[in-house]
Write a protein that binds this ligand. Structure first.
Ligand code: DGL
Length: 277
């Protein structure tokens, strides 16, 4: 029996990603909900998820979700596009469905309020694009919508290595986006892409909307917590940043994504199960 999530205001919000890119989402949550304690889990031992099988990702995610539940989190944010795309429905037992937020549905909902957009491009990891999640979810709400998928696997490692806002990133971005036909809007379906949003926007001469997760996810979470009367307003919240495999370079890169320096703690949550990293 798993010791369980505590549905009280003071309980923390659990956020996880395959690595540290999900800190872009944690950052927006911290900005919109500054009175909340956060526990962030980055599965750096298994990074990147983008090249893994759906089965492997589901296994990793179920263990991370149990870990966050045991740590009494009141809500779970799946801050990773790849993980969100292989978990078909937005619930992870034992979390309450209402309090599991992924990074796909808030974006799809945004488009339901922008019916003037007729064709959408989606860029993300190979696994996210292969899953076809955005096409399915968008078509279920807007049957006539056109969706063009493109996997852009070089972009995440490029950003992690600090290659953005320079000629190399500009050339790589252009060589990918040249492959997309004309579109009315583009979904940035990867945790890392907010860091190259300006460059992508420049490629399109700032003429089309670029939709990404951080703010929309934070907003949906805030609405849900409000509805369930679970919003906290601590003046000095405490955050924990945990990774399954620590390196100095993860800690340095974390700063880029969270916007301020963070102290990463390592925890191998697979030890007890006998699973070897
Ligand atoms: N966090 C992943 C995503 O948003 C990108 C990195 C990875 O491949 O694990 O899809």
């Amino acid at each position: 029996m798993i010791k369980g999530a505590n549905l009280s205001r003071s309980a923390p919000i659990g956020i996880f990603d395959s690595g540290i890119g999900g800190l872009t989402v944690a950052r927006a949550i911290n900005e919109l909900l500054p009175g909340e304690n956060l526990i962030y889990f980055g599965d750096t031992a298994h990074l990147p998820y983008g090249d893994k099988s759906s089965e492997a990702i589901r296994y990793y995610v179920s263990k991370i979700s149990d870990f966050l539940y045991q740590n009494n989190c009141k809500a779970l944010v799946i801050a990773c596009n790849t993980a969100s795309s292989v978990l078909e429905r937005s619930s992870l037992p034992p979390f309450n469905k209402k309090l599991v937020i992924n990074v796909v549905d808030p974006l799809v909902n945004w488009f339901t309020n922008h019916r003037e957009i007729k064709s959408i491009g989606v860029i993300g990891t190979k696994r996210t694009i292969k899953s076809g999640i955005y096409l399915r979810r968008l078509r279920s709400k807007i049957p006539e919508i056109e969706v063009k998928n493109l996997s852009t696997p070089l972009l995440a490692p490029m950003i992690e290595e600090g290659f953005f806002n320079n000629n190399i990133s500009k050339a790589i971005i252009a060589s990918y986006l040249d492959k997309l036909p004309e579109i009315d809007a583009l979904i940035l379906a990867c945790t890392h892409y907010p860091l190259i949003k300006n460059e992508i926007s420049a490629y399109y001469h700032n003429k089309i909307p670029l939709i990404d997760a951080p703010f929309l996810v934070a907003e949906q979470l805030a609405n849900q917590l409000d509805k369930l009367e679970l919003k906290n307003n601590l003046s000095k919240p405490k955050h924990q940043f945990i990774v399954s495999d620590f390196t100095d370079s993860f800690e340095q890169t974390a700063r880029l994504f969270f916007g301020e320096s963070v102290h990463l703690k390592e925890k191998n949550i697979w030890k007890q199960t006998g699973y070897r990293l």
